[in-house]
Design a protein around this ligand. Structure first.
Ligand code: ATP
Ligand code: MG
Length: 411
């Protein structure tokens, strides 16, 4: 800035304490829910070799083509700030021989991700994802389990007006044959398509389903649908997933146009959206990636997972109804009481009482004003003896010692 003040880079943001508390509570909720379902917490580096994403996300995807923060290290090696985590999870699964452990291996994660996009509400260049992955089994109950876990998480997080779109992409062979058919359809009506879609018929014809161009949309109404082309096994797998979701009473819409951002999705794909959000309506999504571990040099390993955006979840969630209980404020009535007050605040904290100490040299009147401002539920005045004032009732009582203070304020 011209006046010499610095700002966080474009598309990034600071988390201030109010928001920080909401985020941490969300992380605790994730730990409770996912640990409870047998998912272990996993972390991997924020930087990875660029090749991991080229292979693991796919060269033709928007992420790899346009959105990665890529740089060279001092040895000239190409590194990338991770734009997503499925590729990193698969890399780690192979690197640490997790395929030799009991299967499926279930992991969950939470952390920063980076994409070079046009910043707007709900779309940032550094954002936070939480995710869950289950590797090593193609059992349809895993598909249903991960979908239901994300649904449960969103509900407990207070996200409202949620819709689930669900589809199946079949195997990569089915998809390849289907994509040829789709390309032929697009080429037969090429002059009606948007320039962008026309330019990507070869690389990524599925993107045409996402277009908001009227001519393209007309062409797509008669386009062949992948769901009609599934092999018997894949169709049965999809039916089994749906049956489990139906049993669980989960509502969803089968959407044959659902396109996901990774090249390696197979079979089940899904996306949760909230109508509370504007254009950036996707709160989380995922799918099966049965070929990805092998693609990255591991043994054939079916797997499924999802990722959800923490900032979008908080935007779409109801604010918590009840504000937290205030702290106990320890006031210093005269300078000589400073050391006793310092000891008392430590003792209160040891006893599990959230406590704060006067540390800015205020007058006694100023200290009460401050206690009000921070929403303190009680003030302990340390002077000639101890006095405890309940800030809600206004009642003030003497206390003999720290233990009595604890009794009076309640832990
Ligand atoms: P979108 O269609 O909005 O670009 P996406 O398909 O690229 O989303 P995924 O790769 O599936 O998103 O990532 C999972 C979730 O991460 C999204 O549903 C969203 O909540 C969140 N997310 C993705 N990109 C961003 C971003 N740039 N800023 C904030 N959250 C994001
Ligand atoms: Mg995107």
């Amino acid at each position: 800035m011209a006046d010499g003040r610095l700002q966080a880079p474009r598309g990034t943001f600071d988390v201030l304490p109010d928001e920080g508390g909401r985020r941490l509570r969300l992380a605790h909720l994730a730990e409770e829910l996912l640990h409870g379902a047998g998912y272990g917490y996993f972390e991997s580096p924020v930087i990875e070799d660029t090749e991991l994403f080229a292979r693991g996300v796919g060269e033709a995807t928007d992420i790899v083509q346009k959105e990665m923060f890529t740089f060279e290290d001092k040895a000239g090696r190409s590194l990338t700030l991770r734009p997503e985590n499925t590729a990193g999870v698969c890399r780690a699964y192979v690197e640490h021989g997790m395929h030799k452990q009991a299967q499926p291996v279930k992991l969950w994660y939470w952390g920063p991700f980076f994409r070079h996009e046009a910043p707007q509400a709900g779309r940032y260049r550094q954002f936070t994802q939480l995710g869950a992955e289950a590797l090593g089994s193609d059992d349809p109950s895993l598909d249903a389990e991960v979908i239901l876990l994300l649904d449960e998480f969103l509900a407990r997080a207070g996200v409202r007006e949620v819709r689930l779109r669900l589809s199946s992409l079949g195997t990569r062979d089915t998809r390849r044959a289907y994509l040829d058919e789709l390309r032929a359809h697009l080429r037969s009506r090429e002059h009606e398509l948007s320039e962008e879609v026309r330019g990507r018929i070869e690389a990524n014809p599925l993107r045409a389903f996402d277009s908001d161009h009227a001519g393209t949309q007309a062409v797509m109404t008669d386009a062949p649908r992948l769901l009609d082309k599934l092999e018997k096994d894949d169709a049965e797998h999809f039916a089994a997933v749906r049956a489990l979701l139906d049993d669980a009473g989960l509502e969803y819409e089968v959407d044959t146009t659902l396109v996901r951002g990774l090249d390696y999705y197979t079979r089940t794909v899904f996306e949760f959206e909230s109508d509370r959000l504007g254009a950036q309506r996707g709160v989380g999504g995922g799918g099966r990636y049965d070929g990805l571990v092998e693609e990255l040099g591991g043994p054939p390993t079916p797997a499924i997972g999802w990722a959800a955006g923490v900032e979008r979840i908080l935007l779409a969630a109801d604010a918590p109804e009840e504000p937290e209980d205030g702290a106990v404020f320890v006031a210093v009535a005269k300078p000589e009481s400073g050391r006793e007050a310092f000891r008392l605040v430590r003792e209160l904290r040891r006893q599990g009482v959230r406590a704060e100490l006067e540390q800015a040299g205020r007058s006694v009147k100023g200290q009460f004003k401050h206690a009000d401002r921070i929403g303190a539920r009680a003030v302990v005045i340390v002077g000639d003896g101890l006095e405890v004032k309940d800030m809600r009732s206004g009642e003030q009582r003497p206390a003999a010692d720290a233990a009595e203070v604890v009794r009076l304020v309640g832990a």
